[in-house]
Design a protein around this ligand. Structure first.
Ligand SMILES: NC(=O)c1ccc[n+]([C@@H]2O[C@H](COP(=O)([O-])OP(=O)(O)OC[C@H]3O[C@@H](n4cnc5c(N)ncnc54)[C@H](OP(=O)(O)O)[C@@H]3O)[C@@H](O)[C@H]2O)c1
Length: 312
């Protein structure tokens, strides 16, 4: 059985540091990969970045515009896990080139997304750079049989989305129910996403050159709202039905006006998760491969209880 020993993680602070400020080990992926005690881990960080990491974690400074620099940094690495930022997806093109030249065997790109293999989701502009990367990985693996990849699709992050009000505004008040709020969708905690990365690195053959689907639970906005009402009977929510088709139209306008930030792209994200026919509820989940127990409504309740409620 092929075994991976050395893992490079590209990018470390990640969006989740906003919700996990006390977490001294950076992202949940870094925590899971280091915590598994199966790998020697190296962090790739830009020269300008200042990651706050324990001394035990080796940090290599890289220039993401330079494939030779990346090739040198990736010498002796068996796998690369990228968590590079959404707005710099193309940064991963030289990283892939460097990985092939350095003899890296498995590449996990910064995907961690909705089901972008679904044709309707794939048509949303916010995912185009990720899809381009999938195509490059597929072509690169075809040309270089020793180079392989795995794409991890996890849906919206459950804990992160609760904290940021993507599913509902936890503190109460007006809350949006997308297309009615009854459509089931797959969602995954950051911790489970970290475990999925470790399991993919431990099951190379089974996860080779394909999308791996991970989820903790399938739920709906209305179910989350019901639990939130049980947990916080003193709060009042005013549900407002919002059309994801209209949100998508607004997101197209934003993009046409050069606005590419997270808020401007919200309509695309909501469409891919909550709209009918976009694959928000995963059909085939790699539960056995990843050894991930599905969460229950009680687990969901505990997460909602513990979630930070922004602006309180
Ligand atoms: N499913 C979900 O709910 C969900 C939610 C949010 C994000 N995501 C996905 O998770 C991944 C990371 O998320 P994010 O966009 O929020 O990441 P981020 O926190 O903005 O950035 C992650 C890392 O990217 C590096 N970075 C930032 N700007 C860069 C640049 N211009 N060039 C090269 N590297 C740069 C930084 O590393 P250094 O400073 O250490 O070099 C940073 O630590 C993306 O694929 C995103 O789509 C999924």
């Amino acid at each position: 059985m092929e075994v991976i020993s050395n893992v490079a993680i590209a990018g470390v602070i990640e969006f989740e540091s906003y919700t996990c400020a006390s977490d001294t080990l950076g992202s949940s992926i870094l925590k899971a990969v280091v915590g598994s005690k199966r790998f020697r881990v190296t962090i790739l960080a830009r020269h300008l970045s200042e990651p706050q990491l324990p001394e035990s974690v080796e940090v290599l400074r890289v220039d993401y515009d330079s494939a030779p620099d990346l090739t040198a940094a990736l010498a002796h690495q068996d796998a690369v896990v990228s968590v590079l930022t959404t707005n710099a997806m193309n940064t991963q093109l030289p990283l892939i080139e460097g990985a092939v030249k350095a003899g890296v065997r498995r590449f996990i790109p910064s995907e961690f997304s909705a089901n972008i293999g679904n044709p309707k989701a794939a048509a949303l502009p916010v995912y185009h750079s990720k899809i381009k990367l999938c195509d490059v990985l597929q072509q690169t693996a075809e040309k270089n049989p020793n180079f392989t990849y795995s794409l991890i699709r996890n849906g919206p992050f459950l804990d992160w989305s609760l904290a940021f009000g993507f599913f509902l505004i936890l503190k109460g008040g007006e809350t949006h129910l997308y297309d009615g709020g009854d459509r089931p969708f797959s969602t995954t905690t950051l911790t489970t996403r970290g475990k999925a990365v470790v399991e993919v690195l431990c099951h190379l053959e089974d996860a080779k050159n394909r999308a791996v689907f991970v989820q903790d639970i399938v739920t709906t906005q209305k179910k989350i709202l019901k639990i939130a009402q049980e947990v916080n009977p003193e709060r009042t929510w005013i549900p407002k039905i919002v059309s994801t088709a209209e949100m998508e139209a607004r997101a197209h306008e934003n993009y046409a006006n050069g606005m590419f930030d997270l808020v401007s792209a919200l309509g695309f994200f909501c469409r891919s998760v909550f709209a009918e026919g976009y694959g928000g509820e995963f059909q085939e989940v790699d539960k056995e491969l990843l050894g991930i127990r599905q969460k229950t409504n009680n687990d969901l309740k505990a997460l909602i209880k513990g979630a930070p409620k922004s602006d309180q």
